[in-house]
Ligand binder design. Structure first.
Ligand SMILES: C[S@@+](CC[C@H](N)C(=O)[O-])C[C@H]1O[C@@H](n2cnc3c(N)ncnc32)[C@H](O)[C@@H]1O
Length: 203
C-alpha cells in the first residue's frame, strides 16, 4: 500500500475503531493480562495491546508501518517493558533479534488478516516460541454462514484497499490449527463480523 495511504490509514485508525475497541478492550485484557516473560506483539498498530501487558513482561513489539508506529510512540511515550521496532514480522532481519525457542508468547490481534503471508508468519512463531510457549490470537474471520461468506469474498478486493491490506475472507482459525497449534481455550464471537479469540499451545 502507498505511503500516503498508510499515513491516512494511521490518522483515521483510532477514530474508526473507537466503538469496536470499547468492546474489544475487555477481550484484550483477558487474553493478554496473564502473560509473562518475553512476548512478541505482532503488528502493534497504534498500540492497542500496550495497556494490557503486565509490567513484569518484556514485550518486543513489531510494526512495519511508520505512521502507525509514530502514533503509538506519541500515545505511549515511556513504557519500559515495551520495545518497539519498525519491521514486519516476516522480515528476515528479525531473526537477529528473536532466537529460536526464546518466546513465552506471541500475540496477534487484528493482524493475521493483513500480514501478506500469514502461514509463513505462523511457522516463524512456532520456531520462536518455547515448547511450552503460547500463541494468543484475536482475529476476525470469514463468516461460516455460506451467503455471508460469499458476500465477503465479493467485497474483499475493495475492503483490502480501504483497510490497508486487511482481508475479510481469511479462515485464520483453521490455518492456526492446521499448522499444529493446539487450542487451550478458544471462542467465537461477533462484532458485526465474526471473530475468533484463543490461546494455543505450541503443539
Ligand atoms: C488492523 S491493524 C491492528 C493493530 C493492532 N494489532 C491492534 O490490535 O489494534 C493491523 C496492523 O498489522 C500491520 N502489519 C501489516 N503487515 C504486517 C507484517 N508483515 N508484520 C507485522 N505487522 C504487519 C499493519 O501495519 C497494521 O498496523
Amino acid at each position: 500500500m502507498g505511503k500516503i495511504y498508510q499515513r491516512i490509514f494511521a490518522a483515521v485508525y483510532d477514530g474508526v475503531m473507537k466503538s469496536t475497541e470499547a468492546h474489544l478492550a475487555q477481550n484484550r485484557e483477558k487474553l493478554i493480562g496473564a502473560l509473562r516473560g518475553t512476548i512478541l506483539d505482532v503488528g502493534f498498530g497504534t498500540g492497542a495491546n500496550f495497556p494490557f501487558f503486565h509490567k513484569d513482561a518484556q514485550v518486543i513489539a513489531v510494526e512495519p508501518s511508520k505512521p502507525m508506529m509514530q502514533k503509538a510512540v506519541r500515545k505511549y511515550k515511556s513504557l519500559p517493558h515495551v520495545s518497539m521496532y519498525n519491521i514486519g514480522v516476516n522480515d528476515e532481519r528479525l531473526d537477529e533479534l528473536i532466537k529460536p525457542h526464546s518466546l513465552d508468547a506471541v500475540v496477534c490481534t487484528l493482524v493475521l488478516c493483513t500480514i501478506e503471508d500469514p502461514e509463513l508468519a505462523l511457522r516463524r512463531f512456532k520456531n520462536w516460541l518455547k515448547p511450552e510457549g503460547k500463541l494468543v490470537i484475536m482475529e476476525h474471520i470469514k463468516s461460516k454462514h455460506r451467503h455471508k461468506g460469499r458476500l465477503q469474498e465479493l467485497f474483499n478486493p475493495a475492503w483490502k484497499v480501504i483497510g490497508d491490506g486487511c482481508n475479510l475472507t481469511r479462515e485464520t482459525d483453521k490455518l492456526v490449527e492446521s499448522l499444529g497449534f493446539v487450542p487451550v481455550e478458544k471462542q467465537y464471537f461477533k462484532r458485526t463480523i465474526s471473530f475468533v479469540e484463543g490461546v494455543y499451545s505450541n503443539g
